[in-house]
Design a protein around this ligand. Structure first.
Ligand code: DSN
Length: 417
């Protein structure tokens, strides 16, 4: 990918982009929420549609000249509804947090009760953290996982729901390696008269590709980012049943956002079409197979995998058994050319800035064409790096091997894939 004009006009920014192209090529990216968008998605993202103001919705805009904005937004809406089997879609949210904010505004009044997954057991800031708008505007109670199995404690979800009587139950996670039982959440919601919101940001691509059950038959509203397993541009969306569509639309604009990012909406349309192709089903299945292979190889190497494995695109590794913290593991892996993030494990005794775990995900490396046999190699790099500790020479040597290995795989969007 060339940025000739940018390089002439603004060499400093161009150099940072070029450096990141090299970084993305040379490193192994195990961040579970990242991916590589295709060249077509990047082209749409970098298009002149960024110049357009288009407040409102297709056919009902507050500015003239929106006919092409209408085309791309209608394409995005139709394609995403077809992809997930939903009735209504709002493709304007700029981010997952803004999608959740709008979904709450569409269904709740300030002070209403909501039941969400605890952040340090796999949830998200917008699922009721006290430092987030969600925990400040609404009264949240939380659920978590069973101490032994480390899987969602559905009995406790039901018991808390009966006692707390939430208006809304939120499920979906950022660090939960198991299938979420959406039917069970629907049952609980129905029993207490609550609405059900599924935040499928992490697993949207797996659902689109048939590698995770869909929440569509069960949820009243579904929120998602578009850039994680779904492999689209940075952004988000809200899918809903028809009766919620008007409220969702006005909760996004004019309530939470002004002008939509038309270039991003165009890129979302491109990504939704890509995710509908048969190749994407192969991709989604490979993401899960790779995560399971990586979990197996790391467990064979003596690491404890939270919940004993994974059903989706990520695994949580408890590094406390190695007498290191999640922060130290993240730093050590970084020095070896492996990018991952520290992450709280269930019932983590250490604070969020330190943690006892690392979260490893396979969406990005699967997009580069790595397969299950490559997971043994990557697991060996991870184990070698964690074993090297602060031995800088050993880490530099692993980094050399990581860079050689990784740069042999094309990066979508960089190598015209
Ligand atoms: N930052 C995302 C993640 O890494 O899971 C969640 O918003």
């Amino acid at each position: 990918m060339m940025h000739d004009i940018l390089a002439r006009q603004d060499p400093e920014v161009a150099a940072a982009i070029a450096d990141d192209i090299r970084r993305q090529t040379d490193e192994i990216n195990l961040i579970a929420s990242e991916n590589y968008a295709s060249s077509a998605v990047l082209e749409a993202t970098g298009s002149v549609l960024t110049n357009k103001y288009a407040e409102g919705y297709p056919g009902r805009r507050y500015y003239a000249g929106c006919e092409n904005a209408d085309v791309v937004e209608r394409l995005a809406i139709d394609r995403v509804n077809a992809l997930f089997g939903t009735e209504a879609a709002n493709v304007q949210p700029h981010s997952g947090s803004q999608a959740n904010m709008a979904a709450y505004f569409a269904t709740l009044a300030p002070g209403d009760r909501v039941l969400g997954m605890q952040l340090d057991q796999g949830g998200h800031l917008t699922h009721g953290s006290p430092v987030n708008f969600s925990g400040k505007l609404y009264e949240f109670a939380s659920y978590g996982v069973l101490r032994e199995e480390e899987t969602i404690d559905y009995e406790a979800v039901a018991a808390t729901a009966r006692e707390f009587k939430p208006a809304l139950i939120v499920t979906g996670a950022t660090a939960y390696p198991r299938i979420i039982d959406f039917a069970r959440f629907r049952e609980i919601a129905d029993e207490v008269g609550a609405l059900l919101l599924v935040d499928m940001a992490h697993i949207a691509g797996l659902i689109a590709g048939g590698a995770h059950p869909s929440p569509a038959p069960y949820a009243d509203l579904i929120t998602s980012t578009t850039h994680k397993t779904l492999r689209g541009p940075r952004g988000a969306m809200i899918l809903s049943r028809q009766p919620f569509a008007r409220k969702v639309n006005s909760a996004v604009f004019p309530n939470a956002q002004g002008g939509p990012m038309v270039h991003a909406i165009a890129a979302k349309a491109v990504a939704f079409a890509e995710a509908a192709r048969p190749e994407f089903r192969t991709y989604a299945a490979a993401v899960v197979a790779n995560a399971q292979a990586l979990a197996g190889a790391l467990a064979d190497g003596g690491l404890r995998i939270v919940s004993g494995g994974t059903d989706n695109h990520l695994l949580l590794v408890d590094v406390s058994t190695r007498d290191i913290t999640g922060q130290e593991a993240e730093d050590t892996l970084r020095a070896a050319g492996i990018i991952a993030n520290k992450n709280a494990i269930p019932f983590d005794p250490l604070p969020p800035r330190v943690t006892s775990g690392v979260r490893l995900g396979t969406p990005a490396l699967t997009s580069r064409g790595m397969g299950t046999s490559d997971m043994d190699t990557i697991a060996a790099f991870v184990l070698d790096a964690l074993g090297a500790g602060s031995d800088e020479r050993a880490l530099a040597s692993i980094r050399g091997r990581v860079n050689k290995f990784a740069s042999a795989f094309a990066v979508p969007g960089v190598d015209n894939a």
